[in-house]
Design a binder for this molecule. Structure first.
Ligand SMILES: [Zn+2]
Length: 243
């Protein structure tokens, strides 16, 4: 316990930060869909911020082109499971954090893990998995932080599927411009977006700071500008009507 306190010494000196905020993080479980360029950074900051349990879900083995952005991975892990490496690395980095690693795409059998989590992070690159997670979040009424990037642009939005807007309210048809295998990536942009998503997640879980619900923030790397706007429930959203 003393070790955890020492680890979080600098975080605990934030103005207004209390033991209660930290206690809520320690008790929290976060379901992370994707531990690539964006999700890997989220995972690291959540673990380092004192989140008690992380459920990491990602399929596939590490390839060389992944290494321009996936900060949890190492050259020695080429050809090996990415989520297993992420789990090992996090366990070395923050042994206090419990990690559950699942080498799989998002799948309906994960419903109980979603239901037992306090918050979901959507850092996938395809709308098939994103929409499935969104529907599970809606059913379990769990807050969901959506994080995405493309080229020099990134976006984050905290959503409340069930009581507020869901992902399908915002992107009813997905986004045909996003090619999961081919969109351009400046690694630092995925890191910036991951860090923003981690800030949101840590605030939502701990109750620190002001609510940011239903506001999408778009980060433009070409001039370092951000814009933020309110998002609303879609009147004809299929996910909101069906589930
Ligand atoms: Zn909806």
């Amino acid at each position: 316990m003393e070790r955890v306190e020492a680890l979080l010494e600098r975080q605990s000196t934030l103005p207004g930060w209390t033991a209660e905020h930290q206690g809520r993080l320690a008790k929290s479980q976060v379901f992370l869909a994707g531990i690539g360029g964006v999700g890997g950074v989220v995972a690291q900051y959540l673990a380092m911020g004192g989140v008690g349990t992380l459920v990491l879900v990602h399929s596939g083995d590490l390839e060389l082109p992944d290494l321009n952005r996936q900060t949890l991975m190492e050259r020695s892990g080429l050809g090996k499971s990415r989520v297993a490496q992420a789990s090992e690395r996090l366990s070395r980095q923050v042994p206090e954090c419990r990690v559950i690693a699942i080498d799989s795409r998002i799948s309906p059998w994960m419903e109980s893990l979603v239901a037992s989590s306090d918050l979901l992070i959507d850092a996938r690159t395809n709308f098939e998995e994103r929409f499935l997670l969104n529907r599970m979040a809606r059913k379990a009424e769990k807050p969901l932080v959506f994080a995405a990037m493309n080229g020099m642009e990134g976006m984050v939005v905290p959503l409340r599927p069930g009581s507020g807007p869901c992902l399908e309210c915002l992107f009813p048809e997905g986004d045909p411009e996003w090619d999961p295998l081919g969109f351009p990536v400046l690694g630092a942009i995925s890191g910036a977006v991951g860090a923003m998503a981690a800030v949101l997640a840590l605030r939502i879980l701990s109750g620190y700071g002001h609510g940011a619900e239903d506001r999408m923030t778009v980060f433009e790397g070409m001039d370092l500008s951000t814009r933020s706007f309110r998002v609303k429930r879609g009147r004809h959203c299929k996910a909101c009507r069906e589930s």
